[in-house]
Design a protein around this ligand. Structure first.
Ligand code: ADP
Ligand code: ASP
Ligand code: MG
Length: 424
């Protein structure tokens, strides 16, 4: 007998038939004698709809500002998960399984005060552990917890993955299964590249890079937690027949295991390709080239919570002036330009230029640490397709390349095949 946390994403609970199907997956594990906690997302599309209502309300009222109170955003958008956890508990009860729904505050899942993007600080797993020991399935609303102000706090988009891994750590689960609409983690998004291959295993560090660089199959924070707390996490499909052979295999369930790199026997040089849309590039022209100029630019941007990513600096011929180019999410461009304008004198630049609609494609693999020439291969393959590179950043295990938006899919496919990742 083991303890398993099962998480089901939005498409897996999109309607009552799918919720019934989820209940059958849960029943399989309960019938095998395991203690089970389930974490659910809202029905697919629901969170978007709720966010749209929140953003639309000030406009409809005719308010001067489009801004709203983040605590009320959380009160509204957390409701999607409240619905699905109740419905799944009902479905399980109707199948004669002892089940009870839990919202974040009832456990409680304690978070910090960053409403809309809160971090889990602590989970009291004792009640859940006790009930699971008595044979009750805990059905838990993902994406939400309770802030220090005793109000509902949500964990950022895709946050149910993080709820699941954090609960698995809190109740010391033997396994955390993330059920979604694909049957594992692929070498790249299988919806963009049909030749993508499913990975049997992927190392924590690689999954962390894949998720941070755009593969939304897991929320970044969930991978961090799995790595720190050594949670055995599988990504697998909820769309397969719950009772098909092998589905209940405890040691080797179908799907992708996220694990320590030592567990991976045949490490490839490149494991996967990720991409992130909606990047924007901002350039400051003719900056004074003196100590403190970077601090003068990036300090105020950080204080305004603008996430700066790639940074490139060019030195002019005479060495007295420089150009600085960096990227931010497209949605933050206006705010960034405003902040730079307010600090123009302190920074000392001539003009600021910006370009939106760019895409960052990234090549990821732990094997890069010990192989030369990985970057050169990418540059040549992109050049052969006539794709212009606007900026490059690298780390030990990844290369990120900024390109024009319309080339995104071509670039992802090109990189995928140039490293031999296409399935035969
Ligand atoms: P859920 O609602 O279950 O949380 P998400 O939509 O958040 O599901 O994540 C699953 C999606 O992630 C897939 O449908 C797929 O298009 C996308 N995805 C992006 N990159 C990858 C990848 N490398 N492997 C698998 N899926 C990926
Ligand atoms: N329902 C939330 C979202 O759409 C959380 C999740 O699905 O993980 O972002
Ligand atoms: Mg998700």
């Amino acid at each position: 007998m083991a303890r398993i946390v099962m998480k089901f994403g939005g498409t897996s609970v999109a309607d009552l038939d799918r919720i019934k199907n989820v209940a059958r997956h849960v029943k399989r594990e309960v019938d095998a004698g395991h203690e089970v906690a389930v974490v659910v997302s809202a029905m697919s599309g629901k969170t978007n709809e709720l966010v749209g209502w929140v953003q639309g309300t000030p406009k409809v009222v005719g308010a001067n500002s489009p801004f709203y109170d983040a605590r009320e955003y959380d009160a509204v958008v957390a409701s999607g998960e409240q619905v699905t956890c109740g419905l799944l508990a009902i479905a399980l009860q109707a199948m004669d399984i002892n089940a009870r729904s839990w919202q974040g505050w009832q456990i409680p899942i304690r978070t910090d005060n960053a409403h809309g993007a809160a971090r889990i600080l602590d989970i009291d797993g004792s009640d859940i552990i006790k009930r699971m020991g008595e044979g009750q399935v805990a059905v838990i609303a993902g994406f939400q917890g309770l802030g220090p102000d005793n109000r509902i706090a949500t964990l950022g988009r895709g946050g149910s993955d993080t709820s699941a891994v954090a609960i698995a750590a809190a109740v010391k689960a033997d396994r955390c299964d993330i059920y979604t609409d694909v049957d594992g983690v692929y070498t790249t998004d299988p919806r963009i590249v049909p030749q993508a291959r499913r990975l049997k295993k992927i190392a924590f560090e690689e999954m962390l890079e894949m998720a941070s660089l755009g593969a939304k199959v897991l929320q970044v924070r969930s991978v961090e937690l799995a790595m720190v707390h050594k949670v055995r996490t599988f990504v697998r499909s909820s769309f397969e027949d719950p009772d098909a052979p092998g589905m209940g295999d405890f040691l080797n369930p179908p799907g992708t295991l996220i694990c320590d790199e030592d567990e991976i026997v045949e490490q490839e040089v490149v494991t996967g390709i990720a991409y992130a849309k909606d990047e924007a590039q901002i350039s400051l022209r003719r900056l004074a080239d003196r100590p403190g100029v970077s601090a003068a630019i990036f300090g105020p941007l950080a204080e305004s919570h603008i996430n700066v990513d790639m940074i490139v600096q060019n030195i002019s011929e005479d060495g007295s002036k420089t150009d600085m180019t960096f990227t931010v999410p497209s949605g933050d461009v206006e705010k960034a330009i405003k902040v730079l304008g307010e600090n123009k004198e302190k920074i000392g630049y001539d003009v600021v230029q910006n370009e939106s609609g760019l895409v960052k494609v990234s090549v990821i693999g732990i094997g890069m640490r010990s192989h030369a020439g990985v970057a050169a291969t990418a540059f040549k393959a992109l050049a052969d397709k006539g794709i212009n590179i606007k900026a490059i950043t690298t780390s030990e295990i990844k290369i990120s390349i900024l390109i024009d938006g319309p080339y995104a899919e071509l670039a992802v496919r090109t990189l995928h095949s140039c490293y031999g990742l296409d399935k035969n």
